[in-house]
Write a protein that binds this ligand. Structure first.
Ligand SMILES: CC(C)(COP(=O)(O)OP(=O)(O)OC[C@H]1O[C@@H](n2cnc3c(N)ncnc32)[C@H](O)[C@@H]1OP(=O)(O)O)[C@@H](O)C(=O)NCCC(=O)NCCS
Length: 142
C-alpha cells in the first residue's frame, strides 16, 4: 500500500516499483553488509521477499527494506537503507515502521542484524535476543 509522508516522500510496498538497478548500486557499493553483492542476487531476493518497502522522492528510489518471512515463525528484516542525501529526517524510522508495523507480519517474531543501528530498531520494539535464540554463522569460503 502507498503511504504518503511529508515533503513529497512516499513509502510503497509495490514490488514492481522497485528500481532494482538503483537498489543494487547502493547496496553493493555503499552498504557494509552487501558490498559486491551481484545484481542477480539483489533481483532474486527482492522477487522472493515476503514484502519489500521502497522509499521514493521525486520519482526516485531513495530507500529500501526487505522482509523475509514464512508467515509463521521466521520474519527477518534485511537490506535497510536510506540514501545518504535523505538521512537524519526520520525517514529511516518510518521505512522500518512501515515494514514491521504496517504490514501483514506485524504480530510475528522479528529478527535482524545490525552493526550500529540498535537505537533505531529499539524504538520499534527490537531488543537483544533471549536465551532461546541461537544462530549459525555463514560458512567461510574455502
Ligand atoms: C540506518 C538508516 C536507514 C537510518 O536512516 P535515517 O533516515 O537517517 O534515520 P532517521 O532519521 O529515521 O533516524 C532514526 C533514529 O535512528 C538513529 N540514528 C540515525 N542515524 C544514526 C547514526 N548515524 N548513528 C546512530 N544512530 C542513528 C537515531 O536514534 C535516530 O533518532 P533521532 O531522531 O533520535 O536522531 C541510514 O542511516 C542508512 O541508510 N545507513 C546506511 C545503511 C545502514 O546502516 N542501514 C542499516 C543496516 S542495519
Amino acid at each position: 500500500m502507498l503511504r504518503r509522508l511529508d515533503h513529497g516522500y512516499e513509502l510503497d510496498d509495490d514490488k514492481a516499483r522497485i528500481d532494482l538497478a538503483e537498489v543494487h548500486r547502493v547496496l553493493s557499493t555503499e552498504c557494509y553488509w552487501a558490498l559486491g553483492r551481484p545484481y542477480e542476487l539483489i533481483e532474486r531476493t527482492a522477487r522472493e521477499a515476503a514484502r519489500v518497502v521502497g522509499l521514493y522522492h521525486g520519482g526516485r528510489q531513495v530507500g529500501y527494506a526487505r522482509v523475509v518471512s514464512d508467515g509463521l515463525a521466521v520474519t527477518y528484516l534485511a537490506d535497510v537503507y536510506v540514501h545518504a542525501d535523505h538521512r537524519g529526517r526520520g525517514l529511516g524510522l518510518e521505512l522500518v515502521r512501515e515494514a514491521v508495523d504496517n504490514g501483514p507480519h506485524r504480530d510475528l517474531r522479528w529478527s535482524l542484524h545490525t552493526k550500529d543501528m540498535h537505537g533505531l530498531y529499539a524504538r520499534l520494539g527490537f531488543g537483544p535476543p533471549g536465551e532461546r535464540a541461537m544462530e549459525r554463522p555463514p560458512r567461510a569460503l574455502d
